[in-house]
Ligand binder design. Sequence first.
Ligand SMILES: Nc1ncnc2c1ncn2[C@@H]1O[C@H](COP(=O)(O)OP(=O)(O)O)[C@@H](O)[C@H]1O
Ligand SMILES: [Mg+2]
Length: 278
Amino acid sequence: MSGQQAPAASNLAGPQSAPNPNILETRDLSMVFGGLIALNRVDLSVERDTITALIGPNGSGKTTFFNCITGIYKPTRGQVSLYPADGPKISLRGLPADKVTYMGLARTFQNIRLFNNLTVLENVLIGRHSRMKAGLLGALLRNKRTRQEELDAIDYSFELLVSYGLDHVANELAKNLPYGDQRRLEIVRALATEPKVLLLDEPAAGLNIGETAALKDLIIRVKEAEKISILLIEHDMSLVMNVSQKIFVIDYGILIAQGPPEEIKSDPKVIKAYLGEE
Ligand SMILES: Nc1ncnc2c1ncn2[C@@H]1O[C@H](COP(=O)(O)OP(=O)(O)O)[C@@H](O)[C@H]1O
Ligand SMILES: [Mg+2]
């Protein structure tokens, strides 16, 4: 790796070269835990304005992938690159989680992580905090500008609750919401960070049929309304096949297939990986 020279012309290619169709790319992404290779040289791309899915049997490395690209784990090797439409490539590898959020990746968790004893609005405000400038000192001094920023954050967060149908419970404690609404709240909190890419880790887990149908509509609406890309980890195959334009399949940390839903559905490698699961 270290001995290689970048092609000399690469820095000059900028203005003429077509914009990258992908908003997010990993190259050669690997994560080793002790003797276990949880991710093995994963090249995954998320195209702009699409919903992309990452599927695979339990323990195949999906959540580890999210942890590696969001700064929770530092990958053992490889690159994680974000290509904003309005600026140069950003390398995310090695950045701390809050920096990654600021750069434009927001996520939800397989096991819901809300602040149970805060209100619905307060949970969204915490997401919004990543876009606020005042910082701790400003919050302590509470000057006029800081107060205005807080009011703006409350407005912004409340508007999101209105958009996604949670304003009527804005002052409820998060723990008192039905499970489906807690999932929804987690997504809204992620949106408050104004992401370029939204990462959802098994959002349908634990939802009933009606809640899953509502989630499907929500995912599609979020993509359209916020004009963002979504990377979805999900076990509910009907949900995945319904919303995704492209699917990546991982097994034992290795990508074994990628393509549109119709292709993935009938791919013998994918069927074999899933049949081996039970
Ligand atoms: N922090 C960790 N330390 C050691 N092993 C881990 C850690 N996180 C995940 N793993 C292992 O990595 C593999 C992939 O796990 P995970 O990414 O959670 O799978 P998935 O989300 O696809 O079900 C599993 O074998 C798991 O036990
Ligand atoms: Mg997982």
